[in-house]
Design a binder for this molecule. Structure first.
Ligand code: NAD
Length: 365
């Protein structure tokens, strides 16, 4: 029987709560689809600071390096907010782990079932069929990583500098991810940039246009300035199918997409690495889009769907278990649309606990 080798990094807050039920579901799915789980759990984020003095310990990195994928919870919380910003869990764990594994491709589905339209701040008549789009964001280039980056004194005042930089090869490899994603959907990609102002965007637009023309002429490619994309997303999200952009624009647009899709508790994500894993598929990190939800942590009421759907993405992208992934996705949809809900999506109706929600999903499986 096949054995799936992955690292489990639950992190802080609701992370361990939603991770535990996700592993239960993966175990049952493995029995159905003929695979076993071979995972090692390690500390990351605040708990790693408490136990090891650093947010991303070398022992955790070693466990990830031995694995074919990482299933990640979330990190951070009030306990660590008084630390210097560079030592806080998000900055000291998330950015280094992305860098360590060259996680350059962030895939974030923006999915809202029509039955949950109430959870969206958009008027229900604007999204009669819910929302179904996906954002592909470049994750290791652009202004967040560009050098030089500094703050200095000049002519009696403080000056801060960030550098936005992109190479053709970085743009082409993420363009390939957008194409692969579009091929399994509506074959439609909207590339977002600011080519009227930024040199990096001029290169982005030219490179994307050339790459699509050469490698995927069947995909309908359009371009949009980022300011317009932010407006269009709030006006009519379903005009997009695959929304594709660079690091900083993607950071902002994917969060906007998260908000219009309702609860963070429903939104999964995948960040694929440049290297292949031991079975020849992309190494990836899979995590919910939300954070550690300190306001509800420890109460056993967090919505586990985002973590469970992230695990489904792991099965698909890093292990090629497409049928198992689809079974999980359908079970989550069936459970939620037939009325099983945690508090964040219950709208005053009966709110299930994390465990009860996962049992409802198991029942659908
Ligand atoms: P958050 O996403 O943790 O919470 C925002 C709101 O969404 C809260 O009301 C929370 O209860 C709700 N929510 C989020 N996930 C939920 C779930 N699964 N079920 C039900 N409700 C859910 O954002 P925040 O409050 O801004 O941040 C809290 C902490 O998380 C901070 O320390 C922040 O740095 C960290 N954070 C970590 C990540 C990450 O690890 N990738 C991402 C974002 C924030």
């Amino acid at each position: 029987m096949k054995s799936l080798k992955f690292a489990v990094l639950p992190g802080d807050g609701i992370g361990p709560e939603v991770m535990s039920v996700t592993l239960d579901i993966l175990k049952i799915i493995g029995e159905r689809f003929n695979f076993t789980l071979d995972y090692q759990t390690a500390d990351i984020g605040g708990i790693a600071i408490d136990n090891h003095g650093t947010a991303f310990p070398v022992t955790t990195q070693a466990i990830c390096e031995e694995s074919d994928a990482i299933l990640f919870g979330s990190v951070g919380g009030p306990k660590w907010e008084s630390l210097p910003p560079k030592d806080q869990p998000e900055r000291a764990a998330l950015l280094p782990i992305r860098k360590a594994f060259s996680l350059y491709a962030n895939i974030r589905p923006g999915l809202l079932y029509s039955e949950l339209a109430e959870a969206s701040p958009l008027k229900s008549e604007r999204i009669p069929k819910g929302i179904d789009i996906v954002c592909i964001r470049e994750l290791t280039g652009g202004i967040y990583f560009g050098q030089p980056k500094s703050t200095y004194e000049e002519a009696g005042e403080t000056v801060a500098l960030d550098t936005m930089i992109y190479k053709t090869s970085e743009i082409e490899r993420i363009a390939k991810v957008a194409i692969d994603t579009a091929k399994n959907r509506q074959k439609k990609v909207c590339s977002v940039d600011k080519a009227n102002v930024l040199e990096t965007s001029v290169l982005w637009r030219k490179t994307v246009t050339d790459y699509f023309k050469k490698h995927a002429p069947e995909i309908e490619l359009s371009h949009m300035y980022v300011d317009n994309a932010a407006m269009q997303l709030a006006r009519d999200p379903n005009q997009f199918d695959v929304l594709f952009t660079e690091n900083m624009f993607g950071d902002i647009l994917s969060d906007e997409m998260g908000v219009i899709c309702g609860s963070l508790g429903m939104l999964a994500s995948a960040s694929l690495g440049a290297s292949k894993n031991s079975i020849g598929l992309p190494f990836g990190l899979y995590e919910p889009s939300g954070g550690t939800a300190p306001d509800i942590a420890g109460k056993g009421i967090a919505n586990p769907c985002a973590q469970i759907l992230s695990a489904a993405m792991m099965l698909r992208y890093s292990f090629g278990e497409n049928e198992a992934a689809e079974t999980i996705e359908k079970a989550v949809e069936k459970a939620v649309t037939s009325g099983s809900r945690t508090g964040d999506i219950a709208f005053g109706g009966k709110a299930l606990s994390t465990k009860e929600m996962s049992e409802a999903i198991l029942h659908s499986i």
